[in-house]
Design a protein. Structure first.
Length: 252
């Protein structure tokens, strides 16, 4: 469906739009399209259609995996940092905030020890907006360009243990699980695992960092520790857990 839908959009807009910014997918998936499942192949086909329809008046953004996928609402049980809700007794027990009462929270993740340069959706949107609002002369410099967008640093999920511990007021430990176990635990059927597994494995082995966002826009990519602080509430889906952010709020 994605190939048909985007192809239809290209066909309908060609000759009517003066310039197009195409949001593609991560560079390693595009460059290893034969080995990483259908996703890279689809985006390669779409980029080829764009090239033949827009007479060079386009550019493509190839963002690495989104940092937002660490949020349970977006990454779900597969890539999200699934922080368990406290029980009712835990919510009522204010003594748990003392250091001596801390418990050990285990957070499994397939990328626990994989260095990856995540980028936020907002940073990618900022880049697209910057290009689209360029003057006509500056816009020409983007014709048929391909921009690989990554975060400002490559990091492992396990390196976030201190930030996560401050977030939930518990000693958080990120434990590594295999991609297959993560997919199985997330409830993905075998046929999906077969096509999506190579995709996830490819991303896990890609730690390239680019400064493309800053070069194009002057804005440095968002750091993960800042992003976690700014999006603390998104790691829970229950208002009853707000009490667990008091340490974080004190620091701001």
């Amino acid at each position: 469906d994605q190939l048909d839908i985007e192809s239809n959009v290209i066909q309908a807009s060609a000759g009517k739009c003066s310039f197009c910014v195409k949001l593609s997918t991560a560079e390693p998936l595009m460059e290893n399209k034969e080995d990483t499942g259908p996703y890279g192949l689809i985006h390669n086909q779409i980029e080829a259609k764009l090239d033949s329809s827009y007479d060079a008046k386009y550019c493509t953004l190839r963002p690495n995996i989104y940092m937002n996928m660490l949020e349970p609402a977006h990454g779900g049980p597969l890539l999200g940092l699934m922080i368990p809700k406290p029980s009712q007794n835990e919510e009522e027990d204010t003594s748990r905030s003392s250091p001596s009462s801390k418990t050990n929270l285990i957070i499994p993740h397939p990328y626990a020890n994989k260095k990856i340069s995540y980028i936020t959706c907002d940073d990618v949107a900022y880049c697209a907006k910057h290009i689209l609002l360029s003057s006509k002369n500056n816009l020409q410099s983007h014709y048929r360009q391909r921009y690989e967008l990554t975060g400002a640093e490559a990091f492992t999920i396990s390196s976030l243990e201190e930030s996560l511990s401050n977030l939930v007021e518990e000693d958080a430990t990120v434990s590594e699980c295999t991609v297959k176990d993560a997919m199985t635990n997330a409830g993905l059927p075998d046929v999906v695992q077969e096509s999506f597994g190579p995709h996830l494995a490819c991303i896990a082995e890609y730690d390239t960092v680019t400064d493309t966002l800053e070069t194009l826009t002057g804005k440095r990519a968002t750091l993960v520790k800042d992003w976690i602080k700014d999006n603390a509430d998104s790691f829970y889906d229950s208002s009853s857990t707000k009490r667990r952010f008091k340490n974080l709020e004190k620091n701001h």
